[in-house]
Design a protein around this ligand. Structure first.
Ligand code: FE2
Length: 146
């Protein structure tokens, strides 16, 4: 029988496993895999001084792409819902539409960091950016997904 502590470790390990799967997915129009894109977005968020929850949201915002054909933004929102604020869940849910400038939910009208999040998503395809490794984010994953 597993202890609650083991179960926490298991969800963190499974999260990292899912994140690594993004390395198998690369948009034809972009120079990076979705894993490298996510690592770059999280690296930039850390460099900009964002909190751990937002850094983890950057890491996992595209995790739904491991299931082709699904609403990847909704998958990311559902995945992190137990661990992050309602505001972050809403940004994750709408991040593709926000990036297209086509919708701003009322719940995000006063979200100060949302525009920066969307901007980080847009610019984090630079093959020359010195992104951190996935292991550099273990402490953030362990502190948020718990
Ligand atoms: Fe993205």
């Amino acid at each position: 029988m597993t202890s609650p502590h083991d179960q926490v470790g298991a969800i963190q390990d499974r999260s990292i496993f899912l994140l690594n799967l993004l390395g198998d997915f690369k948009p034809e129009s972009q120079p990076l895999s979705r894993l490298d894109h996510s690592l770059q977005m999280a690296s930039r968020a850390r460099a900009d001084g964002h909190c751990s929850e937002i850094i983890v949201a950057c890491l996992f915002h595209d995790v739904g792409h491991i299931i082709p054909g699904c609403n990847h933004a909704q998958v990311a929102a559902d995945f992190l819902k137990p661990f992050v604020s309602t505001e972050i869940v809403t940004v994750l849910r709408f991040h593709t539409l926000l990036g297209q400038g086509s919708i701003i939910p009322n719940a995000l009208e006063n979200c100060e960091w949302c525009p920066a999040f969307i901007e980080l998503d847009a610019i984090s395809w630079d093959p020359n950016y010195p992104s951190l490794e996935i292991s550099d984010f273990f402490q953030y994953i362990n502190s948020v997904i718990c």
